[in-house]
Design a binder for this molecule. Structure first.
Ligand code: FES
Length: 158
């Protein structure tokens, strides 16, 4: 590989800005994100937060849809086990996400593109650090090409 090509490749890698969807339950994780903001802790702008009443509101199909629409990573945040505002919502989330991870394996999508994290309303610093870490992880994985191919096929058919 020539030096110019290496420089171009490095520039392209540097420019990659992943699109990451972060589902946050209203009562803990969203409040944690809010605390991170009010504490002036920074996390990358690549994170797009979607607030949901409880993590159990997240149908695994939402995650597949996000990937289909161009997300490079999806993270689900909820209250710590035992702290869910609706008492058992996050237990359902945990089980559903386990099934989703198996489905992702079947589809050939890297499992590391999704993650489930428990963040309480008092854990602004944890929220920021989890988001920073997740963005870095997705940057290393690169663009979500698998579903990018599917999107191209869809566009050609329509
Ligand atoms: S309200 Fe936060 S996980 Fe249910």
């Amino acid at each position: 590989m020539s030096v110019e090509m290496q420089v171009d490749k490095q520039a392209a890698e540097k420019e990659f800005r992943p699109l990451i969807v972060s589902f946050c339950c209203n009562w803990c994780s969203y409040a944690g994100a809010d605390l991170a903001g009010s504490s002036r802790l920074t996390y990358p702008a690549e994170i797009k937060i979607i607030r949901v009443p409880c993590s159990c509101r997240i149908n695994p199909l939402f995650i597949l849809r996000a990937f289909q629409r161009g997300a490079d990573g999806v993270i689900v945040n909820g209250c710590h086990p035992g702290d869910c505002h609706y008492s058992t919502g996050n237990y359902f989330t945990r089980r559903r996400m386990t099934v989703l991870f198996s489905l992702l394996d079947f589809l050939g999508i890297e499992r590391a593109r999704t993650r489930v994290e428990w963040v309480s309303a008092a854990e602004g610093a944890r929220f920021a650090s989890v988001m920073n870490e997740f963005v870095e992880q997705i940057r290393k994985l690169g663009e979500n090409k698998k579903l990018g191919d599917i999107r191209c096929i869809e566009l050609e058919e329509n």
